[in-house]
Design a protein around this ligand. Sequence first.
Ligand code: SAM
Length: 193
Amino acid sequence: ALINWFMVAQLGHHFLLERLQDGDIALDGTMGNGHDTLMLAEAVGSQGKIYAFDVQTQALTNTRERLAAANLLDERIKLIQDGHQNIYQHVKQPIQGAIFNLGYLPGSDKELITQTNTTLEALQQTLHLLAVGGRLVIVVYPGHPGGQEEKEAIENMASQLNPSQYKVLKINLFNRPPSAPGVILIEKVVDIA
Ligand code: SAM
């Protein structure tokens, strides 16, 4: 399972790293153990800014430790203990990149799983906040309870995005069962307010 997760995670990171530059603003919708937050923090450099969300104290603790070990624990990196459905309350600026790695925190409370409705709300807010040229990565895990429903709802939303405003790409592990993780890559090409 690790190799599957690793492949989709790498693709998502590559898609963002290709876009993000020093001084950019980026968002991690699901902080977890902080792997994605660290990647974003490195990508936006010493002038950039990160907003990272999670509902679990453990996620903030683990992410803080990871950032500290990389010498990146800085006030520019906002670790916010709140649901990503409340992004608008915390983020008021356009962002150049965002990532959502859905599901539950590995090795932690499986009750604290992302939920279809709040995930969709968070993704809508993120899409609005994206600057032109900004990119959003969503990693979905249909293998756990509720994961398939969440994946279908996201794909339904993404498939209906206005093609003159967004480019949308869906990647699956083709020779794996449908329960394997997948990734959706979105780029905003025109901002229609
Ligand atoms: N990106 C993480 C990493 O690099 O380690 C992995 C994220 S993990 C798969 C999913 C995380 O989403 C969990 O830590 C969980 O607590 C968090 N989560 C669940 N519901 C949430 C919500 N409404 N808002 C923000 N985070 C949420």
